[in-house]
Design a protein around this ligand. Structure first.
Ligand code: KG4
Ligand code: ZN
Length: 348
């Protein structure tokens, strides 16, 4: 199936053309074209993403990326178009949807709405020959989401726990801002934390692990962020090593909660889960992947699947793969003429 996929839910404009065939456990994914334009440099100056500004940029970038993608592919031959309909920033989502629908009309091809979070889940189908075993537990960690999802089958998702306030990526970004680092701060915090670990610095403080012992699978990251703020105010220090230690103590706390809740979810499912999928921007955090690898050692029957680095953060490739899953499970989607709506809070 040849799929043109479009992603505009936040601050990345992305278009891909994929040719996917084969079983869902182990699809063959040929990337015919793949383009992405990040708006990070634009939003950096404001310290976050402004929806209307993002929308305008998506509208400007989409025709350019489409042209580049088709040029890479050397053909306009597609079976259908997939576009992210949510969750995300509604004005940004509309930019992609409107563009996809106009293209669908022009090419006389069906357009199907795809859930961005299913993109993060199925991003792990790319770049490996190993078949994916279900049921899986998915830990989704991004700028907008922190969720543990039970994936019983392709298309069958049940949210087991989620954040009650900030998402983990958002906490990384906010702490980065407190340390004077630009948006998005996740990768920068991670680098600084790594330097503190390399120095083997002895920390004489620890940040709280919110909800670690709450007995459920929910998360909360706003208190951790506030704890960092109070610590910075109390100490009044600005030197680089101090900031690295703060970054590390924050990362230790944020990651420990993710890992321990994931452990609890795996234990709760009593041996049913065969794969642990990790998806979303924070999946590229090295400390998180190292700690998850250690934890998964206690569950010999579970295989850990993380996305390739470039597929952890938002991209169009994952949207195309998720659309392949959708259409394989329900081919009638391809004759759907339903109007696609942007849904900022779309759930799995
Ligand atoms: O999945 P994504 O690209 O966008 C959303 O759907 O939200 O995730 C972006 C988030 C940002 O908050 C960014 O700071 C965080 O992922 N992030 C990281 C790292 N790389 C990206 N957080 C921690 N460590 C990283 N290495
Ligand atoms: Zn995302």
């Amino acid at each position: 199936m040849k799929i043109l996929s479009i992603e505009t839910s936040c601050d990345e404009t992305a278009v891909a053309l994929l040719d996917i065939t084969g079983p869902l456990e182990k699809p063959e994914i040929k990337v015919l074209g793949n383009t992405l334009l990040s708006q990070v440099p634009l939003h950096e100056q404001y310290g976050g993403v402004f929806p209307m500004l993002a929308k305008r940029e998506h509208e400007k970038n989409l025709p350019v990326l489409l042209e580049q993608t088709l040029k890479q592919a050397g053909s306009e031959d597609v079976d259908f178009i997939a576009v992210t309909a949510g969750p995300g920033l509604e004005p940004a989502l509309w930019a992609g949807i409107t563009f996809a629908e106009e293209l669908g009309k022009k090419w006389q091809k069906p357009v199907i709405p795809t859930n961005h979070m299913t993109g993060h889940i199925w991003s792990v189908l790319y770049g490996t020959d190993a078949p994916l075993a279900l049921p899986a537990l998915a830990l989704l960690v991004s700028g907008g989401h922190t969720e543990l999802v039970l994936v019983k089958d392709f298309g069958d998702y049940r949210i087991l726990g989620a954040t009650l306030d900030d998402a983990v990526g958002e906490a990384f970004d906010k702490v980065a801002r407190m340390l004077g680092l630009h948006y998005p701060g996740g990768p920068k915090i991670s680098l600084m934390a790594g330097k503190s670990r390399e120095r083997k610095a002895e920390l004489d403080f620890k940040f709280p692990r919110p909800m670690l012992n709450s007995g459920n699978l929910n998360f909360s990251y706003s208190g951790l962020k506030t704890a960092v703020l109070y610590k910075l105010k109390a100490d009044g220090r600005e030197d680089e090593e101090y900031k690295e230690d703060i970054a590390r103590a924050f990362e230790d706390a944020a990651v420990e909660v993710l890992v321990e809740k994931t452990r609890k979810a795996l234990a709760d499912e009593e041996g049913d889960v065969k794969t642990l999928i990790v998806g979303g921007g924070v999946a590229s955090n090295k400390h998180l992947s190292a700690e998850l690898e250690k934890m998964i050692g206690d569950f010999p029957a579970v295989t850990l699947r993380m996305p390739e680095r470039s597929l952890a953060t938002d991209n169009a490739l994952m949207i195309g793969i998720a659309a392949y899953v959708q259409v394989s499970k329900d081919p009638s989607l391809l004759d759907g003429k339903a109007k696609i709506l942007a849904r900022g809070n779309l759930s799995l």
